[in-house]
Design a protein around this ligand. Structure first.
Ligand code: ADP
Ligand code: MG
Ligand code: ZN
Length: 472
């Protein structure tokens, strides 16, 4: 009888060379406090200079999310005191953000849903605190790293919807090439706001903000937990207090961190060190032109143009590089379904097992297509082709060389197969009897025996035919 309402705030690091307001390198995983300067350490008298690339990246995101980009925007100081924030304020955007009023179409099981985007704005990250048993350390390498914040309207009605939205958003950011979106490194973070209300009620309930989820799955779990907790409290007649709660992944619970602060607590005011910006239409247009085809459009085109299933199109477009690889192969070998099968099963399972991406493998499109042609012209059979593919991926060797070296040529000599089939039939009288008494499966056993004797190099279909004709 209660229904949840969810709004998400996603922060993504922009993958620029340098930080948002200084020339320090924007890099992850280097020695603490080696990527710092007076600006990102907040020394008095130092002045920020805004990173043009960060602006371009942020505009790309805003446009991809169908937002209206303001032609006039500014930066504001969000004031609070914390050891990871040496200036005692974060440069962010308050009342004149980069962009507002967008939407993202998300495919749910129930169909397509438009999730409204309230705003996409720019800000800088704080440093990182590393806590030990008895003291805490601070690393300012992350201080001043450019971020975008993408805020939805409260349009999501279940943890699953939130999850689908996040997956779609992440794919878009990856396609745009503006962020590596690695939640483990903290380059993508999601705060989830959730409230519950009686079904049919139109007014929103009091919301709780959830933090500290380090995967999309954790976002889903935290939301599910919180929805239960809020519904339980309401049904007992308790009053919900607006607060920020932290997800504890070990215990699978949320716990109160602080009662929610209000915007006025931050004493926002325009940053006097940064001038306001105007964007003219031509700048906006040129970024617009540079946008790649986005994931959903590509998915739909793949389904239509190549007659692929929604599932296959989804897998192939899950990364822009994978989709690109597929389409490159297609130019050489215009059989979408065959290519899709090999790429989504054999190739991807290899890459997943080795935990590498499509860019990190050495198999060229030409090499993969060459292998498929050897299969088509019956130089090798399907099983051998799978083995050869693995060896190609492992060693970078050419398919022909591997086939020769391992002598994997398909046995095309019918009389040889005939002889082996006869042997197998003679040696397995029980299976033959089984088959004759109606056990269809017995044939498969006999085929298997022939395949074994040929070290898997026969064409299983052909063997099947031979055996059947002999058993007639
Ligand atoms: P705040 O000023 O507290 O940050 P915002 O209005 O900026 O609040 O909203 C932050 C996020 O919380 C947005 O994603 C918004 O959709 C969501 N949100 C706001 N009110 C509610 C509510 N009552 N229930 C669920 N989500 C909400
Ligand atoms: Mg907010
Ligand atoms: Zn710096």
């Amino acid at each position: 009888m209660y229904e949840p309402v969810i709004g998400l705030e996603v922060h993504a690091h922009l993958a620029t060379e340098t930080k948002a307001f200084c020339g320090c390198a924007n890099k992850f995983g280097v020695s603490p406090n080696t990527l710092t300067c007076p600006v990102c350490l907040g020394f008095p008298g130092s002045l920020p200079v805004f990173n043009r690339k960060a602006l371009d990246y942020a505009i790309k995101v805003a446009l991809a999310l169908n937002c209206r980009v303001n032609n006039y925007f500014k930066f504001d100081r969000k004031n609070y005191y914390y050891p990871d924030l040496p200036k005692n304020y974060q440069i962010s955007q308050y009342d004149l953000p980069l962009s507002v009023d967008g939407y993202l179409d998300v495919e749910l099981e129930s169909g397509l849903k438009k999730i409204r985007i309230k705003r996409v704005h720019m800000e800088e990250d704080a440093g990182k605190l590393v806590h030990t048993q008895s003291y805490s350390l601070v690393d300012y390498n992350r201080s001043g790293v450019p971020l975008i914040e993408v805020v939805t309207e409260p349009d999501l009605y279940s943890p699953d919807e939130a999850y689908c939205y996040l997956m779609e958003l992440k794919e878009i950011l990856e396609y745009l090439g503006v962020s590596d979106c690695d939640m483990e490194k903290g380059s993508l973070r999601c705060d989830a706001n959730v409230s519950v209300r009686l079904k049919g009620e139109t007014v929103l309930g009091t919301k709780v903000e959830l933090k500290n989820m380090n995967s999309f799955k954790a976002v889903k779990e935290a939301l599910a937990y919180e929805i239960e907790r809020l519904s339980g409290a309401l049904s007992k007649g308790e009053k919900i207090i607006q607060e920020t709660r932290l997800w504890d992944a070990d215990k699978s619970i949320t716990a109160s961190m602080r009662s929610k602060e209000e915007a006025h607590d931050y004493r926002y005011f325009p940053d006097p060190d940064l001038v306001s910006f105007t964007l003219d239409k031509s700048e906006l247009d040129s970024v617009k032109k540079s946008l790649p085809e986005l994931p959903r459009a590509k998915r739909m085109r793949f389904e239509k143009e190549y007659a692929l299933s929604g599932y296959d199109a989804g897998v192939l477009t899950s990364s822009r590089d994978l989709a690109g690889y597929f389409e490159e192969c297609l130019k050489l070998y215009p059989q979408p379904k065959v290519l899709s099968n090999w790429i989504t099963t054999e190739l991807l399972s290899y890459l997943n097992e080795k935990k590498i991406s499509i860019n990190e493998m050495s198999l060229t499109t030409k090499a993969l297509v060459g292998l498929l042609e050897l299969l088509d012209n019956k130089t090798i059979n399907r099983n051998s082709a799978k083995d050869v593919l693995k060896i190609m991926l492992d060693t970078g060797k050419d398919a022909n060389a591997i086939i020769k070296e391992k002598n994997l040529f398909e046995i095309s000599d019918d009389s040889a197969l005939d002889k082996i089939a006869e042997e197998v039939i003679a040696q397995n009288s029980q299976s033959v009897a089984d088959y004759k008494s109606g056990k269809e499966n017995a044939v498969m056993f006999l085929v298997g025996q022939v395949m074994k004797k040929t070290s898997g190099k026969a064409n299983p279909q052909k063997v099947n035919e031979i055996i059947r004709s002999k058993l007639k």
